[in-house]
Design a protein around this ligand. Structure first.
Ligand SMILES: [Zn+2]
Length: 243
């Protein structure tokens, strides 16, 4: 097997991949996820690189979707056991599970550790305790970030908005013309820039429902670094929605 490392520059940033040929006959391009999470492109032996690159470029949304889903599948489900790494605000925290004598369930950040004290330390109980804690953290910060961003958007400033929080697997946020904004609770695990990106995206939908040029001009004016954070969510979103 031969392989060549390559990079493609796309509107959303660089896409690195390795081109691979196989001894068996391959008639068309196919995508694989390498063990290190990088993209591997298997192509027929006689394909010139420019041809492979053009094909990838033409099918970027498909390639990104393939990568996101494959990376999600690569992550084993969380076990909610002591010593496991969990995320909050884009930071990694070691989970510390301690059996408590009382009935109270306590979840707290103590230094780098995410500490859970509860009477029943089974994975299922720890999972529930963490879910409730994440939701409480989201309640605290999402409304604040929303009103901050709302104040920066002239078209949204005087609108009545209703914020809803929900755990979702595939959607980061939604917005309806009546001012209902729904945000994915899992965003609390990501860097706050991801949350700001999703919030500004939804705020732009109050003015422009479709993802057209006008929409992206608004997005650019409200949150200039949106592309980087959209890419971050596309590439790493699976780490945040993982449960
Ligand atoms: Zn949208």
């Amino acid at each position: 097997m031969t392989s060549r490392a390559q990079t493609l520059t796309t509107p959303e940033g660089r896409l690195s991949f390795t081109v691979v040929h196989r001894p068996r006959v391959t008639r068309r391009l196919h995508l694989e996820l390498a063990d290190d999470g990088s993209l591997r492109v298997v192509v027929p032996r006689d394909w010139p690189d420019f041809y492979t690159r053009r094909l990838l470029h033409k099918n970027l949304p498909f390639v990104r979707r393939f990568l996101r889903r494959a990376r999600e599948r690569q992550l084993p489900p969380l076990r909610y056991q002591d010593g496991e790494v969990h995320l909050f605000g884009g930071e990694e925290h070691v989970l510390r599970v301690t059996q408590a004598t009382g009935k109270a369930v306590v979840v707290a950040l103590e230094g780098d550790a995410l500490v859970v004290r509860l009477p029943d330390t089974s994975g299922e109980r720890v999972r529930r305790a963490l879910r409730a804690w994440y939701l409480a953290q989201a309640r605290e910060s999402f409304a604040e970030r929303l009103s901050l961003m709302q104040a920066r958007a002239p078209w949204a400033r005087d609108r009545q908005l209703n914020l809803h929080l929900r755990r979702m697997k595939r959607t980061w946020g939604t917005c309806r013309s009546n001012g209902d904004i729904r945000l994915n609770t899992h965003l609390v695990k990501a860097p706050v820039d991801c949350l700001d990106y999703v919030i500004t995206h939804e705020l732009c939908h109050l003015e422009e429902m479709n993802h057209g040029a006008r929409f992206y001009a608004l997005q650019e004016s409200l949150w200039p670094s949106w592309r980087a954070w959209r890419r971050h969510l596309r590439e790493q979103g699976g780490r945040y929605t993982r449960e």
